[in-house]
Design a protein around this ligand. Sequence first.
Ligand code: URP
Ligand code: ZN
Ligand code: ZN
Length: 466
Amino acid sequence: MSTVIKGGTVVTAGDTFPADVLIEGEQIVALGQGLSGDKVLDASGAYVIPGGIDVHTHLDMPFGGTVSSDDFFTGQRAAAFGGTTMHIDFSIQPKGASLRETLDIWQAKATGKAVIDYGFHVAITDLSEALLEEMAHCAEYGVTSVKLFMAYKGALQVDDMTLFRAMQQAAKHKLLIMVHAENGDAIDVLIKDALAADQLAPKYHALTRPPELEAEATARAVRLAEVSGAPLYVVHLTNAGALEAVRLARARGGAGHIFAETCTQYFFFTKDDLAREGFEGAKWVCSPPFREKHDQVALWQGVADNSLQAVSTDHCPFWFDGGKDGRTAGKELGKASFAQIPNGCPGIEERLMLLYTHGVRTGKLSLNRWVELCSTNPARLFGCYPQKGAVAPGSDADLVIWDPEAKRTLSAATQHQRTDYTLYEGWEVVGAPRTVLSRGQVLVDNGEWKGEAGAGRFVHRRPFGL
Ligand code: URP
Ligand code: ZN
Ligand code: ZN
């Protein structure tokens, strides 16, 4: 059975051109004029882009005394509604577990639920000699990126020796090291100081995690990566100081092995959002926290000049009003103290629409750069290009027919993310998916869900640079 997407403008990271796209089974087989197929999808007046790839998500993740509220069905369905057709989720090592056991736990969460294709990073929290040796098998597992947390003391944080040893092993086996770069030790002191001073409101979450402590950890991770020879990807970078550390490293010869992403939300909010009336600010509690207006300007500059190579979401939703009516516990856990608010925000659904509206339509990003940041670079960096992230013969037909004039109002009432709020309540976006396909199958058509639980597949990724 073949499908032809007719009359659209294909937009890739490198090109924009009018073409029909012919799909046979799960793959693109031809681009050209006047193509025909068994089924026709109309793309007139629309762009045809590779589906979004979100390399930073936390579905069904135990964290902060609860579990994130989207599972692999609800989270992936929300992703598809927003034009994202692949994501890479963090499988977090329970202390003492092997990497294989860790991945099996996360695979079980996805099996039978997945609706789009997905991969896993493995996050090391407890590095034994056996685990170091097991890193040699990551490529066989199809999991070629390894995350370490430099923050969350007493929970996920590792020390520098652990980070460095993991980097040395990653360098040997062509694994991409990912870091959550904040100085967790200093933050721990600041949190204890705040609690002792009875400073308990949500805004103290941001005040106890100042930008300097992210800039310091970023510079440290970069230097350790340089010494070890490991390729490095800094996740959820938020501020000008941290960006400077990445920019300097890339300028002194690291452009091929030092990378960083920011996340959608950091373009739009500041630490003042955590000081909203009453407990409302808890909705904006995530780590690293929101910063200042001038940091937003730096991030836009960073994505434009390629100091930042990708934009992800760090989708880690919690209910605002949870713990009842079948809801997992959520932000309400931290009513008495900011230190107990589960860290994380929803966003897997809105990324492409927000970056199109506020990036492409304002001239901050070209159409091609938007595709590159949201799809092609993630695929390249994480070892699945051109299977993913491309509109080309031989690539998976993960495609979005993007209507550049479609208007939507973002709202908790209409979103597909399983949570009771969105950071963007009432925001208007212009530009949205009309039709979304995963390996040739229509998942979303004009706002209607057509997908099937269990159809999403694990993507076996190549080692870094291969
Ligand atoms: O606040 C956040 N970002 N929660 C998810 C875990 C992490 O640090 O990425
Ligand atoms: Zn993090
Ligand atoms: Zn995260």
